[in-house]
Ligand binder design. Structure first.
Ligand code: NAD
Length: 733
């Protein structure tokens, strides 16, 4: 047999040690070659009478990252043409290929010899399914991470995962594990029943041998004749009757039925549990082949896996600029954002100089970091000693001289042009020659802020989202004169703090906030049309947004919305704002003093953690009968308006790469992830169909829905965003 990915050896006791060590990669992946080698290794164990049992382990730091997702994506890509020619035959062929891993694992499980998985580090997806197919599992006590994260990229564990998990652990815990895609550490996996033993890493093999010596059965419980499912997993029992209707309701609440992968997990589990294992695995395989052909899987794999990796690896980084290692950075303004920036930087190992006007303000910012660290310690995510070290890296001061050595300084002072100009000049006087200056402004053009700096080419926008410690996206904003070094330093920094950067050209509102503003506006207009507030909120969630537009506006602050409307009108004239929205916000903010969650009064009333839609809304915008509105159209309006705004940013050159628009929309403001993002939403619908839909909405609801010139042109030519602007045309929808 070939031993490129797996080394096969037998010891004196007749145990085979199968060691996974993919050549040329830091992480083992399940590739086509690895699959075939594993199949051969299983046959060798099964057929060699001198081999009594086998241990599967890894020579690398981790067990495996799971299936090679790009292989999966191309697997489907290759079937596109075949589908067009002969759909039935193509589906049969796809099923054959996509169920291959499942059949190998089943053969391992039933070959008559016991297998033990000895696992350390990360084990994801197919790797976890391999563990579950083994007859015994031992994992390292430290650093083990076990997960089936497939659902997060629109697919599901199709190599026995849905069937074995549900037969091994409590039904509720099992469903949650499958549907949420969360990672478990060793202790949690053991408590759940997914692993048998937890030992120190150096004892893994000894423990695995001990299990084999102890007479580990090569027959799984579910392959025993008298096997009976327990608890709610036995569907047609009183426990099952209680469990499954509630589980279905929960599934609907969490997913709004937008995710075929989640739905197919439910189906696979529910139907599989009523069958013997072999048929159950067939059911799972069929649903797995089906999920691979959904547009949601393709969109999510493309954005949330392929593009995410590419952008994180620096797809937009200018070549030729040497990478920056950050030892010290400066943050000016220790308010809400500045403190968050100091926190994430110190956590990434950087020394941080945190400056404010008064020492007291700077200390307040540091205290905020301390409370964030305390929460991490409380949740067991960090030791007290490690938290202490992070805090000790944050140095508060009012003196700019402390910035001399910094590689990067980010200002997060008040959103005021003069204040920012003064700060920028202060930095220019003290920052060493190699340092780069950045602004976290959310509304002021970078090009004009850069004029206050000694060298505009060394000035860049680094736009964080709030709260900084949680939000994964950062917009890197290029002013007209921003140079390559400033861009490279900004991108290196964003990676160092483990967030995802998108590169945006300077413009009003940049990218993410423009799209969000469109979402909020649509919610406001629906309210003034008489759509009941609860219906607007539900339409938002049903469309796939994390929260309805009214809730979101309460979080951001209605007063901020009101300020933006006023500023837009002042800068661009009355045509640039909606009269209905202006009247609504003026009434709420100016006359009713409702600012949002911050003062406990917005579209909702807040009491502690409870919130309720404010009954007084009815006086401001009388609701009409909900039956008058078409919920499907409300949902469309909420997504289409954001996608149109994204298309405008492309036409204006604000966004130049569709991957950034898509990922920026999902990570920045939670745009319906199942669509793959704002532009994938359009691409997968088809630009022509999208243009027709937008035109229909424009006729009914106003010119804000008019498709722009770019979209109309693309529709005429039958183009897609990824085809026209994409880095790789073969990945076009
Ligand atoms: P904030 O009011 O909480 O903090 C501003 C801090 O800057 C205060 O601590 C203040 O004392 C300090 N400051 C003011 N003038 C200063 C000076 N001359 N020198 C040193 N420190 C000075 O404001 P924030 O919400 O943290 O916003 C800061 C910046 O970040 C703004 O430009 C804002 O537009 C931007 N931003 C905010 C958000 C958000 O959601 N709040 C999101 C993205 C970007």
């Amino acid at each position: 047999m070939s031993e490129t990915n797996f080394h096969f050896e037998t010891d004196g006791e007749g145990f085979a040690i199968i060691t996974w060590d993919m050549p040329g990669r830091s992480m083992n992946l399940i590739s086509l070659a690895a699959m075939e080698e594993l199949a051969e290794a299983v046959e060798r164990v099964a057929s060699d009478e001198s081999i009594k049992g086998a241990i599967i382990t890894s020579a690398k730091k981790d067990f495996t990252g799971g299936a090679d997702i790009t292989m999966l994506a191309s697997l489907f890509g290759a079937y596109e043409e075949k589908f067009a020619a002969d759909e039935k035959a193509a589906r049969a062929e796809l099923l054959g290929q996509s169920s291959r891993l499942s059949r190998i694992f089943r053969r391992l499980e039933t070959c008559g010899k016991p297998f033990v998985a000895a696992v350390k580090g990360t084990s994801m997806g197919g790797g976890t399914e391999l563990m579950l197919a083994c007859h015994g599992r031992v994992v390292a006590d430290k650093g083990t991470k076990i997960g089936l994260p497939e659902v997060k990229i629109g697919i599901f564990p199709g190599a026995g995962g849905t069937q074995r998990v549900m037969r091994m652990v409590d039904a509720q815990a099992g469903l949650q594990f499958l549907l949420q895609g969360r990672t478990l550490d060793a202790a949690k996996a053991k408590a759940m029943g997914l692993v048998d033993e937890v030992v120190a890493e150096e004892d893994l093999l000894a423990c695995a041998r001990e299990m084999l010596r102890g007479g580990l059965s090569p027959v799984k419980p579910w392959d025993e004749e008298k096997y009976r499912l327990k608890g709610p997993a036995a569907i047609f029992t009183p426990a099952g009757f209680q469990f499954w209707p509630a589980a279905n309701a929960l599934y609907r609440k969490e997913t709004q039925d937008n995710y075929p992968a989640a739905r197919l997990i439910m189906q696979s589990v529910f139907e599989g549990l009523q069958l013997p294992m072999d048929q159950a695995l067939d059911v799972e395989s069929r649903y797995f082949a089906k999920v691979l052909t959904t547009k949601e899987a393709r969109a999510m794999i493309r954005s949330l896996f392929v593009s995410l990796q590419e952008l994180n690896k620096g797809a937009r980084r200018p070549e030729g600029v040497p990478p920056t290692q950050f030892s010290k950075i400066g943050v000016i303004g220790a308010g809400f954002m500045g403190a968050g920036i100091a926190y994430v930087s110190a956590r990434a190992g950087m020394e941080v100089v945190l400056i404010d006007r008064e020492m007291e303000a700077a200390e307040k910012g540091k205290a905020h970091c301390e409370s964030l660290l305390a929460k991490e310690v409380e949740r067991g995510r960090m030791s007290e000693a490690a938290a202490g070290e992070v805090l000790a890296r944050i140095h508060t001061t009012t003196e700019y001289s402390a910035l001399a050595e910094a590689e990067l300084v980010i200002e997060a002072v008040f959103e005021n042009r003069q204040v920012k100009a003064d700060v920028t000049q202060g930095v220019a006087n003290h920052l060493g020659e190699n340092g780069i200056m950045a602004s976290n402004t959310s509304t002021l053009p970078i090009t004009s802020l850069a004029e206050a700096y000694r060298e505009p080419a060394e000035f860049v926008g680094i736009h964080f989202f709030s709260p900084v410690d949680k939000m994964l996206l950062v917009e890197v904003i290029l002013g007209e004169k921003t140079g390559e070094k400033a861009l490279a330093v900004a991108l290196d920094y964003v990676r160092a703090i483990r967030k995802t950067p998108i590169v945006v050209n300077d413009s009003r509102g940049f990218y993410a906030n423009r799209c969000v503003t469109a979402y909020l506006l649509e919610g406001h207009l629906m309210l003034t049309e008489g759509v009941p507030a609860a219906m607007i909120e539900n339409a938002g969630k049903m469309a796939g947004m994390p929260v309805g537009p009214l809730s979101l506006n309460d979080e951001v602050g209605l007063d901020l919305g009101w300020k933006i409307v006023q500023a837009t009108e002042a800068d661009l004239g009355p045509e640039a704002v909606s009269a209905e929205q202006k009247a609504l916000l003026e009434e709420l903010v100016e006359r009713r003093q409702r600012f949002g969650r911050k003062n406990g009064k917005g579209f909702y009333d807040y009491e502690g953690r409870e919130k309720r839609l404010w009954p007084g809304l009815a006086d401001i915008a009388a609701p009409r009968n909900a039956e008058k509105f078409d919920i499907a159209e409300l949902k469309q309006r909420l997504l289409v308006t954001q996608a149109l705004e994204a298309a405008r940013t492309v036409e204006e050159g604000v966004i130049t790469d569709p991957r950034e628009a898509d990922l920026g929309s999902i990570l920045g403001f939670g745009f319906a992830p199942f669509t793959g993002g704002t532009l994938s939403y359009i691409d997968f619908m088809g630009v022509g169909a999208f243009v027709k839909l937008a035109e229909k909405l424009a006729e009914k609801h106003g010119p804000r829905f008019k498709p722009n010139k770019l979209l109309r042109e693309m529709a005429k030519k039958g183009e897609t965003f990824y085809g026209r602007f994409g880095a790789d045309e073969s990945k076009a929808a």
